[in-house]
Design a protein around this ligand. Sequence first.
Ligand code: UN1
Length: 470
Amino acid sequence: MIESRSPQRPDDVVVTAPDMGRDEVAAAVRTARQAALAWTNVPAPARARALEGVAGAIEAAAAELSDLMVREVGKPLDEARAEMVRTVAIWRYYAQQGLDPDGATYPSADGRSLLMHRRRPHGVAGLITPWNFPAAIPSWKSAPALACGNAAVLKPAPEATAMALRLAGCAAPHLPEGLLQVVTGEAGTGQALVGLADVVSFTGSVAAGRAVARAATEQGVPVQAEMGGQNASIVLPDADLEQAAAVVAGAAMGYAGQKCTATSRAVVVGDPAPFTEALVAAVEALPVGDPAEPANVSGPVITAEARSVVLGAVQEARSRGGRVLAGGAPAEPGWTVLPTLVDGLDPGDRLAQEEVFGPLCVVLPAQDADGAVSIANGVRYGLVTSIFTSDLDRALELMGRVDTGMVKVNAPTSGVDFYAPFGGEKASSLGPREQGKAARHFYTWTQTITLAPSGRGDRPPSAGGTSPRG
Ligand code: UN1
């Protein structure tokens, strides 16, 4: 069995569920494959209505689901509510996207045949999702998979098991039986799923994502993996420093920094003192504590081990000559760590290179904008960069030089728009982008079709038949 506990009240067991083995996963995939065969032939407008139904059910349960999200993964209430709003919008968006054109026609070589392509579903989508966006990520993978005519089997992170089961419970009355299933368990359950699915989408760590990508490739099935980030916010001297500090503080520390899109490095061009001072003040002003209190923007990290990792990183920073400018200590409730700012480290230090996945941000000075870009790019990750400046010409120029999949100007690194492509470069992502129209391409394959006349009724072209309208 696995159990999922509340990070703010670790004695609160939110749910226990079976740690499913290969046979159970195989049974789920078999049922899903059966369901997919019928679903593929359900007309797209009817599929759209079903997904609309799922959206409505999730919307009706949104208050309960955001409370469950707070309890199970410690997401601050306001963010949990916003995630539920986004989740409903994701289902609605993909319900409609299922009605988009599913192919195109091309001029044929003989002028009489029809040459076209259309998109077809893969079959069973195996979806492996993290605990940090326990409604949005399972939804932005399963909704497009279903909209395109696939079935979906979801393997959530054990820490978000209750959320996944509850989401699937909302969806169930609106979908054919077996079309969307949850398999619970640890990594082994996910591995079994990857071995059986027809298309695989993963979000999680680099190590796990690469293993998933290798296994899927071995199976010959398409795969996408969204992995870590080590995201920089570049602050130019002409930025509104107060405003930039508030945005960076939120992007670094919101939900205890547990987002692949969180800001982990503030790269300050020129004299770092004025911005650093503003950032320390902004971070210290953040309300921290019980995530069920709507005012709080940061609470516990997910587990005791996660807290040890963050506190270990603080120690490491000190031992490398870093200064802890804010936070650096455990707090209440549960596994809370105070939002932590560090400076005095080299850009090459491990803490400025790797993902801590906690409320920790390193401040790094840069001599000029060129130096800032090379610091920002100088990590193995490539998810998102933000640039703070009031000089939009400068912003345009720098945007073209950062090597991340997403770039933002005067906006937080965190936060994504579900209708635009999402993903990173370098070690952050593998395979095609997620979300927006990109999702449809991933969850379907292209069949190119030539439809030529049979030749039986061949007649010579009729006299005068020169008008294209015949
Ligand atoms: C967001 O910033 O709103 O796992 C979403 C993650 C990312 C999603 C970030 N894949 O943190």
